[in-house]
Design a protein around this ligand. Sequence first.
Ligand code: NAI
Length: 501
Amino acid sequence: MEYMIKTVAVIGAGTMGAGIAQVAAQSGYQVVLFDLKQGKAEQAKATIAARLEKRVAKGKMSLNEKDALLNAMFCSEALHDVAGADLVIEAIVEDLAIKQSLFRDLESICREDCLLSTNTSSISVTSIASALAKPERFVGLHFFNPAPLMKLVEVVRGIATSPSVTETAKTWAESCGKHAVITRSIPGFIVNRVARPFYAEGLRALETGVAQVQDIDHIIKKSGQFNMGPFELMDLIGHDVNYAVTKSVYDAYYQDKRFLPSLTQKELVEAGYLGRKSGRGFYRYDEAAEQPSINFSDACALPESLTVSIQGDWNVAPSFVELTQLPNSHPHGEPRLNINDIVVLPTQGMTASQLSEELNQAVVVVDYCHHYGDSEVIAIAPALQNTPQQTNTAIAYFQSKGKQVLVLDDYPGLIVWRTWMMLINEALDLVNQNGASMADVDVAMKSGVNYPIGPIEQGGRLGWQHVLNTLTNLQSFYCEERYRPSPLLRRLVIQAKGAVV
Ligand code: NAI
């Protein structure tokens, strides 16, 4: 079947429907915006008009363009008005039975060559389609909020969706200027699944007293180069929404422990501390509230006599060697920086205390920085066996390099590194389950949640072996399924070693 899209019907004129209608009209499509509730579609159109007027005032859009766009948008309160549509996008309440009933009605109203789609973020596309006589023309078109600004659309194929429908939906989303990625109808699709560890690892670090909320956010932004820290982001999304997504992914994977929701977040929901929208979440948002300061280490003094040397293969973090400005005369074997009697090691998922016992030496581990020279902060964790003087010497050394130092509790994998390892592993697991291509996973995480780099590209840069080592160490430390390496990661490690000759 050939699908030609000129007219788009959007069902549901709430937050998402209004945004999607604007996107479609902006991209030159005729739009029918329908809502069950009287006056709702007109109200949404007025909101869109107000948004566009702001763009006109800023010189980002001409008056003619604005008028043409609004003229292309027809508001309706009678479902039969969508009969002429070539593509229907449903954005109504998140309820399977209600969505199925709507699509049954639509199937009898719309032409046979009309493509039917849903913007659901958590319901199986396959289940919605099961109510249809022709489920092959049904597909997910998952926009992100706010739809006019967010570049990503996940095109979700159900078990019955025909390949030409998936392709047409992708091409249509691209014609709206979006990055369209294809995924299967699996819980969380791409973004809501791969992003789970970003929140979960932040929450676990907090719950186990590794650092405070503001410290974790700070290190994730400054060293990890993420736009927002996990707690700021959860406060923005709303804990009710974020907790519900976590629970739905957890339940949909038959309570797979890797997606276990956090009791801390549950308690925030119970308290009504929903984040920005309720004025309080991990942070307070009332005018009088003071934002907590970061717990940087106080200034420490370097000892009078100081011997520093660097050695080993620092491929995992070449910018660390640049930071030290030291010659690396033995660039093979385990990477280490020696400061007097202390050894500084990049984290690989073992605690500093474990390493200290193994090496019989004072140990400090450093968290990962996207670029050690550029980051104003460095996070470290000292072994329990160190004397305070030994730890202070390591702190003073990094302070002498112009860094603010955050001392974390001795925690395997630390914060930025461990978050990346878990994101990479989750991304690989999704690919392993044929959920999406590697390229699409990276596009989705960069344009759906603004990650600085796609997790799979990051895994390749850091080295699959390092990722595997870290996860293996974490799994053995916690004896938990949560850290089990993806089978695809093991394959990549073997492939990276190359052919046996
Ligand atoms: P919303 O509550 O803002 O809007 C839903 C609209 O649908 C309301 O105006 C309501 O009157 C209308 N409606 C309800 N039942 C209807 C029916 N049977 N026929 C016609 N109109 C009906 O909801 P929101 O946030 O826009 O979400 C809509 C859908 O988009 C949901 O499936 C949600 O999971 C999904 N989604 C939401 C995102 C978000 O951040 N809010 C992001 C991505 C997807």
